[in-house]
Design a protein around this ligand. Structure first.
Ligand code: NAP
Length: 243
């Protein structure tokens, strides 16, 4: 029997993170989900993952708090012995036109969306490096590539993730660690539930529908498990938006 791969998914208790956790679980990976919410709130996600016949555990921590991250990753390594796949998925928005955007709005989004990738990856990659294998996937966004009015903070954080991805791909390729980014378009989750003018967005999407979390999960699974020679890429999964 081959040893199961272990995947850590941040912000994994709902939305795109949960869909990715389920896709990797169906492919036979054991899953560690993280979230900032408490264990009780994450329990339904954990139950759904375990129903795929794999092991799953939950770690509560704030992805942007370096001390919390380090302690949690140490505990994961003690529990599971390794982490093969890391999906840096947790993220937030705090939108507003730039002239009205205050420093708190700017710093919070950069911290949760970008500094978090430094914290979690820094803690995990040394274990991957020792094992001489790993796959890291950063959840960027189409707006990290093309910008979006009202999202200067969010676009900057997601563009930053692409530079981070390409740099780590160069630094760690020789250690057999691949680093890629996924750039979703408009995906149906809590994050986009409040979007005004959804019809305007639909007009701009050649496929004439919003994406589903499962659309993203299939690409994450491809990058995590199905390819061994793709690295440093930022793949747009957006139904043709922006082409
Ligand atoms: P979501 O439903 O809001 O899920 C985000 C998850 O991240 C939640 O479970 C949230 O926890 C968690 N989280 C937030 N802050 C955290 C922190 N400090 N530490 C740990 N976990 C934290 O959003 P989603 O739509 O699935 O988005 C997932 C990722 O895809 C994000 O990075 C987002 O930027 C990106 N993305 C989404 C879209 C889209 O259209 N939906 C498009 C492009 C990119 P709580 O629920 O407890 O707050």
């Amino acid at each position: 029997m081959t040893e199961r791969k272990i995947a850590l998914i941040t912000g994994g208790s709902r939305g795109i993170g949960l869909a990715c956790a389920l896709e990797l679980a169906k492919a036979g990976c054991d899953i560690i989900i993280n979230d900032i919410c408490d264990a009780e709130k994450a329990q339904p996600a954990l139950d759904e993952i375990k129903a795929c016949g794999v092991n799953s555990s939950f770690y509560q921590f704030d992805v942007s708090n370096d001390e919390q991250v380090q302690a949690a990753v140490d505990a994961m390594i003690k529990e599971h012995g390794k982490i093969d796949i890391l999906l840096n998925n947790a993220g937030i928005t705090k939108d507003g036109l730039f002239l009205r955007m205050d420093m708190e709005q700017w710093e919070r989004v950069i911290k949760i969306n970008l500094t978090s990738a430094y914290c979690v990856t820094h803690a995990v990659i040394k274990h991957m490096s020792k094992a001489r294998q790993g796959s890291i996937i950063n959840m960027s966004s189409i707006v990290g590539r093309h910008g979006n009015a009202g999202q200067a903070n969010y676009s900057a954080s997601k563009a930053g993730l692409i530079g981070f991805t390409q740099t780590l791909a160069k630094e760690f390729g020789s250690r057999n660690i691949r680093v890629n980014a996924v750039c979703p378009g408009f995906i149906q989750t809590a994050m986009t539930a409040e979007l005004p003018n959804i019809d305007e967005y639909l007009k701009a999407i050649p496929m004439k529908r919003l994406g589903t979390p499962e659309d993203i999960a299939k690409v994450v699974k491809f990058l995590a498990l199905d390819t061994e020679y793709v690295t440093g890429q930022a793949i747009e999964v957006a139904g043709g938006l922006m082409i």
